[in-house]
Design a protein around this ligand. Structure first.
Ligand code: DX5
Ligand code: ZN
Length: 226
């Protein structure tokens, strides 16, 4: 299975579990699965590539069986200096896809090959300071299945959307022919504009988990991008 099999009707909203209430993580995941959610975004930060240490394989192992049993998948965004070091453990912990930052990958083809050797699907991601052209070049070299355009500086949920992401996505859409994912400050207020710019995978942390009813927020966001 790969990204092309996971995306229904060309568009998906992906709850970013980093923003969940961890005391109620299982319950919140179950409610989202029942609301029709298929792809969950999972952010691993190493405290070096990004300032915080976030969540990692221990959490992944707890949630992956239930998500897979419901035909869901785990899209892991590795905000780390050395992604290759983590692939084996992510794969054995239940990750379906890993997305690595082009800023840390001198040889994107080699990094992607290493991920695939563990049965993982592959995406590449680029920060606001990195050009879409460089991201597209890395995506081609890696034969990435998706390209993630950050619309915040990675590290924390709940940051304000950077409006320049719209033009960056438009530029990227002219350079790649794989689905474009957007992550950071995504919500009902900017989702339609992001879709028009060329994004089809919408990662949302606080827009979903900041709502008293995450499943309802997931559905509303789905309607906004449909
Ligand atoms: C932050 C992560 C995001 C984050 C998004 O670096 O990559 O996935 O959880 O959260 P919001 O949607 O609140 O910006
Ligand atoms: Zn993320």
């Amino acid at each position: 299975m790969a990204w092309r099999d996971w995306i229904r009707d060309g568009v998906e909203v992906e709850p970013s579990l980093y923003a969940a209430d961890f005391r109620r993580l299982g319950e919140q995941i179950d409610a989202l699965l029942a609301a029709g959610c298929r792809i969950f975004h999972f952010d691993c930060g190493d405290g070096h590539f990004v300032p915080p240490v976030t969540i990692g394989p221990v959490v992944l192992r707890s949630i992956a069986p239930g998500i897979h049993a419901a035909a869901g998948v785990l899209d892991c965004h590795l905000m780390v200096d050395d992604p290759v070091h983590h692939f084996e453990e992510f794969a054995s912990s239940g990750a379906d896809s890993v997305t690595f930052h082009v800023e840390v990958a001198e040889d994107p083809a080699a990094v992607a090959a290493e991920a695939r050797s563990h049965g993982l699907s592959v995406g590449v991601v680029f920060n606001p300071e990195t050009t879409p052209a460089r991201a597209a070049e890395a995506a081609r070299a890696a034969e990435a299945e998706i390209v993630l355009c950050m619309s915040i500086h990675p590290g924390y949920s709940g940051q304000a959307f950077m409006p320049e992401a719209l033009a960056r996505i438009e530029t990227l859409a002219r350079l790649v022919d794989v689905p474009i994912q957007v992550d950071g400050g995504v919500g009902e207020e900017n989702a339609a504009a992001l879709r028009a710019a060329g994004a089809s995978l919408f990662v949302a942390g606080s827009a979903i988990f900041g709502d008293p009813d995450p499943a309802g927020a997931y559905r509303r966001l789905g309607a906004a991008v449909a």
